[in-house]
Structures are given as structure tokens and as C-alpha cells.
Write a protein that binds this ligand. Structure first.
Ligand code: CTP
Length: 381
């Protein structure tokens, strides 16, 4: 449907692949999402061809068969603060080159025509080869989220040797100083942060934001990180195929102030409206990593306190979540400690109150008997 353009429009309307898909294909990476730009078309023509509009005022459409985004070529002009403060000019006379000019980075401002030829008016391919993240034009500053996007691309592309161009870093610093970052919604900031947590080098995301002088504005709860000591800890976690929550927990542990770190992490998670599982992973690590790492030398009462606090009998996955970042913080922790503790938890889960109730115990006495059994089972590990 998308490319079966009806006769009268064929000479005018053109649909090109654009943005990340072109970039990733040139880098030899797997292409996940494909975005398309449409020139020479009106919204009415898009609707007539079966595309569904994304919003009322936004010139973007969805192909109902593929779910992929088709945006009418447009120019943008800033008319206020934040993401809402844009006016669009989407018209069939907007050229592909004009549309590419309003984009963030040269490596994201390339398009592929239906005949396979590359449209690269801003030397994105050169920058890809030279491994440079460079803004296309001063219009970069019109969307402050791009500061976070550059940091996220660094977190993803650092292994390929990418650097931020000095003039782009200077522009990012200007955006930080302008106060525009404060107008970003919590959702958009968290979306970039969460995506960065799934990249191989989430620390580079924070490092880049720090270089852009954006960190104190975006994540004021974070202390400036000592990169040299933080990197080896993150690297130890990386070896264990971590999830985003574990990376978040470890970064919070490394960056939170020594005084009242729990309050700081709660403030951060509330402000960014992070899903609860991120807050839980971070607070579990802050509160329990020392106990877990030294479980072999702990009293059984302390072991039971950990079981109870994390509700491990009902939520054994919470221990799994905690093990890898704890191991990263305590490299001497025995490898078999996790499996040994899990065996103990399995034994605890077998304890049934029915046995004690048959002996006539109830209420507080029943609770005490259960507790005594748990403690006995946790005596050895
Ligand atoms: N874009 C932009 N400024 C933004 C967001 C997006 O200029 N704030 C442009 C870029 O040309 C980008 C394209 O829109 O390549 C698509 O954006 P998006 O899908 O968010 O990112 P990708 O570049 O495709 O990267 P990713 O692989 O992370 O999805």
C-alpha cells in the first residue's frame, strides 16, 4: 500500500527511508525501526491511501499494515519552551533536503530513495566514517531533548569509537546554560535514560551529560561520579548480562550522596516517574548489598531479616535482581553464595504452619514457632 502511489500523484509524491534505519544500515547494524519521510504529498492524500494520522496537528501517519511511521516532509520553527513549543510547516513543497536540515545529527539526516540512492546533503556518511556525532544546523537547539539523545547515542556507539564534535558539545553546553532543559517533561527525560540503560555503556550516557553540563539540571540527585572507579564496577556487572533495573540500581548506588541516599533515590524516582521496579531495585541494593555479600558470616537473624524485608519467599526473583549488582560491588563474594541461599529459601518455603497448628499452636505462639523453624533452617548456608 505504502508505495503503490496512485497514477496522478506518482510524479509528485516520494517516500524515502530516513533517520536511524539509514544510519544503522550504513554502520552494518541490525535495523530495528524504520521511519519514512514523504515529500510532495498532502495529509488528504495520505488519508486517501489508507494511512492513519498519529495526532490531530502532527503531520505524521502510521501505515496500518506495518505500524511504521510516515512523516510528511516538514520544517520546524520554535515558538515557545519545550516540546510543545513548535510550529510545523508541512507542505508538498517542502523538499527532502529541507526536512533533513531540521534533524538532530548529520548521521541521522540521511535518506534512501526508492531507487536505493543515498541522499546525504549534510555529509552524514563522512561523519559516520569519522565516528563523529555532529549537529546538522543551529536548529539542533530547538529541541533540548537532543542533548539526551546525543548522550544516548554515545552510550550506544562508544564501542565503535564515536566522539561528540567539539562544536556540538559547545552547543549542548549552551542549551544546558539556557534553562531549556528544565522544560523537558519527566516522561521524555526518563524515556532517554531508560533507553540509555539498555546500551552497553550507560556510564558514558551520564559522562556525556556531565560534559554537556546537563547533569546537575537533569539529575540533581546524582553526585558527580568518579568515572575511574565507577567504570570497573559497571564492567563487572556487564559481564553478567544485566537488565536495565540492575544497571539503574548500581548507578544510583555509585552516584547517590553518602548522606540520606535512600531519600535521594526516592526523590529521583518520583521526579522522573520511573516504574516502581527501578525504585525497588535501587533501594534493595542500597539497603541490602552489604548483608547479602557477607551472608556467610551473618547471624541467622540477619539472614531472616533479609528474607523478610525483601519478601523473598513470595518474590524469589527479587534476590536474582539483587545478586549481580551486589557481586559487582563485592567482587570477592563467593560465586556459589546465590545458589546456596536459594536452596535455603526453598527449604523455608516448605515450612508449613499446618504442622504447628496440629500441635495446638495459634496466634503469637504459632508465629514464634515458625520464626524459630526459619532461624534453625538459616543457621547454616
Ligand atoms: N529526530 C530528530 N530530533 C529528535 C528526534 C528525532 O532530529 N529529537 C530525527 C532524527 O533524524 C532521527 C529520526 O528523527 O534519526 C528518528 O528518530 P528516532 O526514531 O527517535 O531515533 P533514531 O535516530 O531512529 O534512533 P534509534 O535507533 O535510537 O531509534
Amino acid at each position: 500500500m505504502a508505495h503503490a502511489v496512485s497514477g496522478a500523484l506518482r510524479t509528485l509524491m516520494e517516500i524515502c527511508l530516513v533517520g536511524g534505519a539509514v544510519r544503522d544500515e550504513l554502520l552494518g547494524l541490525e535495523v530495528k525501526d524504520r521511519d519514512w519521510v514523504v515529500t510532495g504529498a498532502t495529509p488528504e492524500q495520505m488519508l486517501a491511501q489508507g494511512f492513519r494520522p498519529v495526532g490531530k496537528d502532527f503531520p505524521v501517519f502510521i501505515n496500518p499494515h506495518t505500524g511504521e511511521e510516515y512523516a510528511l516532509a516538514r520544517t520546524e520553527r520554535k515558538s515557545g519552551h519545550g516540546y510543545q513549543g513548535f510550529t510545523f510547516h508541512a507542505h508538498p513543497d517542502v523538499t527532502l533536503e529541507e526536512d533533513l536540515l531540521r534533524r538532530d545529527l548529520t548521521i541521522n539526516a540521511m535518506a534512501r530513495r526508492p531507487d536505493g540512492s543515498l541522499v546525504d546533503p549534510y555529509q552524514g556518511q563522512d561523519d559516520l566514517e569519522q565516528r563523529v556525532l555532529r549537529h546538522v544546523s543551529p536548529a539542533f537547539a530547538e529541541d533540548p531533548l537532543r542533548v539526551l539523545r546525543v548522550a544516548r547515542f554515545m552510550a550506544r556507539f562508544t564501542p565503535l569509537g564515536f566522539q561528540v564534535a567539539p562544536e556540538t558539545l559547545a552547543l549542548m553546553q549552551q542549551i544546558s546554560a539556557s534553562g531549556e532543559l528544565q522544560h523537558l517533561s519527566a516522561e521524555r527525560v526518563w524515556m532517554e535514560f531508560e533507553r540509555a540503560l539498555s546500551c552497553d555503556h550507560p556510564l558514558v550516557f551520564l559522562q556525556c551529560l556531565q560534559q554537556a553540563q546537563a547533569l546537575p539540571v537533569l539529575l540533581p540527585e546524582f553526585n558527580p561520579l568518579d568515572w575511574n572507579s565507577a567504570q570497573p564496577v559497571l564492567d563487572r556487572l556487564n559481564r553478567e548480562h544485566p537488565c536495565a533495573e540492575q544497571r539503574f540500581a548500581l548507578l544510583c548506588h555509585l552516584a547517590m550522596p553518602e548522606e540520606a541516599p535512600l531519600e535521594a533515590v526516592k526523590t529521583l524516582c518520583e521526579r522522573l516517574k520511573t516504574p516502581n521496579r527501578f525504585l525497588q531495585a535501587a533501594t534493595d541494593l542500597l539497603q541490602w548489598h552489604d548483608t547479602l555479600a557477607s551472608l556467610d558470616t551473618q547471624e541467622s537473624s540477619r539472614r531472616l531479616a533479609l528474607v523478610k524485608a525483601l519478601k523473598l519467599l513470595r518474590n524469589p526473583e527479587r534476590l536474582q535482581q539483587l545478586l549481580a549488582p551486589t557481586h559487582a560491588l563485592h567482587p570477592d563474594m563467593p560465586d556459589d553464595l546465590g545458589p546456596r541461599f536459594e536452596q535455603r529459601l526453598a527449604a523455608l518455603a516448605q515450612v508449613s504452619s499446618a504442622e504447628f497448628m496440629q500441635q495446638g499452636l495459634q496466634g503469637k505462639a504459632l508465629g514464634n514457632a515458625l520464626e524459630a523453624r526459619y532461624l534453625a533452617l538459616l543457621e547454616s548456608l
